[in-house]
Write a protein that binds this ligand. Sequence first.
Ligand code: ADP
Ligand code: MG
Length: 586
Amino acid sequence: MVDKAERSRGIIVAAQGNLMTVRFEGVVRQNEVVYVKSAGLSLKGEVIEISGNEAKIQVFEPTKGVRYGDEVEFDSDLLTVELGPGLLKRVFDGLQNPLEDIAEQSGYFLPRGVYLDPLPRDTKWKWTPLAQVGATVEKAHFLGWVPEENVEHKIMVPFNFIGKGTVKEIAPEGEYTVDQEIAKIEDEKGNIHSVKMMQRWPAKFPLRFGERLLPKEQLTTSMRVIDGPFPVAKGGTFCTPGPFGAGKTVLQHQVSKYAKTQIVVIVACGERAGEVVEILREFPHLDDPQTGGKLMDRTSIICNTSSMPVAARESSVYMGVTIAEYYRQMGVDCLLLADSTSRWAQALREMSGRLEEIPGEEAFPAYLSTRISELYERAGIIKLYDGKEGSLTIGGSVSPAGGNFEEPVTLSTLAVVGCFLALSRQRSDARRYPAIDPLISWSKYNDRFAEHGDNFMKDRVKKIAFAQNMVLRSDEIGKKMSVVGEEGIAIEDLVVYLKGEFYDAVYLQQNAFDPVDTATDMERQNEQLEMVSKVLEKEYSFEDKEKAREYFLSLTDKVIQLNYLSKDVSIYDQKKEEILNIIEGV
Ligand code: ADP
Ligand code: MG
């Protein structure tokens, strides 16, 4: 780090909204943090373009009152994230200001030019050393740990430590704050480094140390339509595009609660201010079915509204990913949910527009797809130096205008994610929830699970494929029927149509508000699939179309009732037996 006195300085010579031109002396680098000194305030910003002795900077806050000739101080550091115990159970803004602290002082959002410590400085953490004096260590090796909620929070050798080091001193078991020294490490040149529990990392660089492994294990979510036809992989990526009101938020809550990951990072990116406040109000009250506590206890939230300057919106996504990567480096399974990446992409577009870059499609910058793929690239499984694994799964929602998926953000996202869970207006209008459309959604992971899984998994994937095929045929027949009427089709076709509708109603649809149906564990999902497959594979011969309809209507009704029954109640087995008899009996 450069000494304060050596930092470069400059003055504002032009301004266009939050984009300012600064004439400077000294050395300035791309993405360096700057502070604009204006009217007694110090406004944070970032260098985005340098040419000659002029730099374009974007200020993260409203720039009202900034004047030509105002002084700018270059910080020499890139935009960094503060990492250490105290990230969970908290809400930050896009500059990592803790929002609860702000709420106490000034409502939800900060006055300009005020920056708070991201990690609490006065909290004492119960430290247990893991490394011994004399041990040889490298960056990201564990020095010790502190308990933080449900995580054994590892304190690691700083990520910018170069080469091998020797532990010279290590603090004994005890209680320490994040900025107390817990170790001294000597590097290969004989320099001694003082190590604290907290460290920093530039948000826009992937934080990843260790071998990258291919995701091949399923990340179950308790939602049948995901875990069945469109599964997500642990360490993989998915996206959920959908129009307003289609169920993106409900889906996000369900996935946060039930996905088998230890921690969740939510990036609430630039939706309307009301929606962000809603997240701040709702999320802390959600119960965590996995721990019995509150979901918030193992969650970190980064919040921005579209009323905040674009630069802060752009950075919030990177802030969130970096936090999740940090926990992955401890061997934790992490989930990052970004809602919505469209708002983030709009921030990129606005900035690009102001820079007068050559626009690509729909005025998005030409590098939009690169940025999107770089973001999802940060997901993955890492094999740590001690042989254990950590994972980061990334899911992003996309909110295309009018639900039209043929637009740059959706298309660029589609090109990089492993799983596409498309919420459709048609399904949400028909109250077929979750509104994930079985006709256009897909997952690349099914084949991989089948390949790496046991015979049971292979059979499961086969059953799902059979059912999906039925849905497609059913849809075609349904369309035909809407033209020629039921009389116009053969009874065999009507049965295929009814089978598809049956599978949709009892398996793909799931009621998030029913206490039992809301979450289905894999054991029960397998049982349900078994039952559904019996129906789909059966060769029926009905006397007439009326009988066929009656049969499927009543069967659907019974199976849904079974879905709502807890397996603990005594009548469960009896009801299930009844249904199986009906299926066998015809
Ligand atoms: P979005 O975030 O896409 O605007 P929401 O997630 O707020 O939409 O969903 C809108 C409404 O749809 C919810 O208030 C709820 O009534 C209904 N809904 C969404 N998903 C489900 C579900 N899985 N089960 C039952 N109802 C749902
Ligand atoms: Mg929503």
